[in-house]
Design a protein around this ligand. Structure first.
Ligand SMILES: Nc1nc2c(ncn2[C@@H]2O[C@H](COP(=O)(O)OP(=O)(O)OP(=O)(O)O)[C@@H](O)[C@H]2O)c(=O)[nH]1
Length: 376
């Protein structure tokens, strides 16, 4: 019961491993998508961060506040001083390498602011129209920088998001390929294993067939040798059973009936055997019985019992010269299990069988063998 469940368990384990690793990968990707990338995106978008755009925005605010102060009347020294401070702050935030390099309007704007700062410091009279004109260009320039920097930032963010999406797609595709390859390898391994199991099973079946007589289903001569090898060194009894006048039986009833008689004989003999005794067909109408046999009485009793049970079957034989029923001749011997022992035992049992045949058949005879001589 345990054996057939093993492959199922292995399949489940393989599938479980594949599904778990695939799920882990998917979770990782989902985590990246759901939490990590938005975090990065948020970092790029946060309002408190000092980017190129935010410096320009602050500079413009300081500039606007300075201009508002200067446009306030009366324009006393305190107001001028506060306006100077705001303009100075705007100037310092505006005066950075990035703006000078990327925006041509920066240089003239800074020059105009510088000029205004000098005039404020020198307490020059400042006309409202002139003030507006001087600060119009820096204001326009800072607005242009702000807008451009905002555009740049959204372009960079969009590119980043697009890149991560593409990367994510590649990771997903790669994982799917790995998963499919894993399944493929598993499938190949499984097919290979099944092929090996099938060929092993077929080999065993062929081996079993090679040891079996196809007509009667009992073991053949090779199987009998295997039996002797398995019982090596132990005392055994060998009975050779032969149907009398089987040729006549075939001739009168036909070979199919002869086959049926052979199969019936197998049933009768097997029904009469002890548990550990085995029946073999050696060829034609000759059968052999092998069994553990420790003394002569057992051999004698087995022969007697077998012949009597076969006689009791009363199988009809229409062309038997001396009887109306099928009769049998049995030759028997005891030997010690080994190849040489079997060979000698077979010769001796065959001799005993020949004696029975010569005496008129329908009987049994036991040959004696010096068991020590053939025990090797
Ligand atoms: N029906 C059938 N007949 C077989 C088979 N194998 C051998 N035979 C026949 O068995 C007969 C054996 O004949 P013999 O060896 O002369 O033996 P017998 O006729 O029994 O004579 P004795 O043994 O001297 O009594 C032959 O006619 C074979 O053709 C088989 O598988 N089926």
């Amino acid at each position: 019961m345990v054996e057939p469940r093993q492959p199922l368990r292995r399949h489940v384990r393989w599938l479980w491993l594949s599904v778990m690793s695939f799920t882990a990968l998917m979770l990782l990707i989902a985590y990246q998508t759901r939490w990590v990338y938005p975090e990065i995106h948020a970092y790029f978008s946060q309002s408190g961060n000092l980017t190129g755009q935010q410096l320009a925005t602050r500079a413009r605010v300081y500039l606007q506040q300075g201009l508002d102060l200067l446009l306030t009347l009366p324009r006393d020294s305190d107001t001028r001083e506060r306006a100077y401070f705001q303009l100075k702050l705007a100037y310092s935030l505006f005066d950075i390498g990035l703006y000078r390099r990327d925006y041509p309007c920066t240089e003239p704007s800074l020059a105009a602011m510088d000029d205004l700062l000098v005039r404020l410091q020198g307490n020059d009279v400042l006309e409202t129209g002139h003030l507006r004109e001087s600060l119009l260009e820096p204001m326009r320039c800072l607005t242009e920088i702000e807008m451009h920097q905002l555009d740049r930032r959204s372009t960079v963010t969009a590119e980043f998001v697009e890149q991560t999406r593409r990367h994510q797609g590649q990771v997903l595709l790669g994982s799917l390929v790995i998963f499919v390859m894993g399944l493929g390898f598993w499938l190949m391994h499984e097919l290979q294993r099944r092929r090996a199991a099938r060929s092993a099973r077929e080999s065993l079946e062929w081996m079993a067939k090679a040891l079996c007589d196809p007509l009667t289903g009992v073991g053949n001569r090779s199987a009998m040798h295997d039996h002797v090898t398995a019982a090596w060194g132990s005392p055994m009894g060998l009975l050779l059973v032969d149907i009398d006048f089987f040729k006549q039986y075939n001739d009168s009833l036909g070979h199919p009936d002869g086959d049926r008689l052979l199969r019936r004989l197998v049933q009768l003999i097997e029904g009469n055997l002890e548990h550990e005794a085995r029946l073999y067909r050696l060829g034609g109408d000759e059968f052999a019985v092998l069994f553990a046999c420790h003394d002569a009485e057992t051999l004698d009793e087995t022969c007697r019992s077998l012949v009597e049970s076969l006689r009791a079957a009363n199988l009809p034989h229409p062309s038997h010269p001396h009887s109306e029923h099928v009769t049998f001749s049995v030759g028997a011997v005891r030997f010690t299990a080994s190849h040489a022992g079997l060979e000698a035992g077979y010769v001796a049992a065959d001799g005993a069988l020949y004696q029975v045949k010569s005496r008129g058949r329908d009987g049994w005879a036991i040959a004696s063998l010096d068991m020590n001589e053939v025990s090797g």
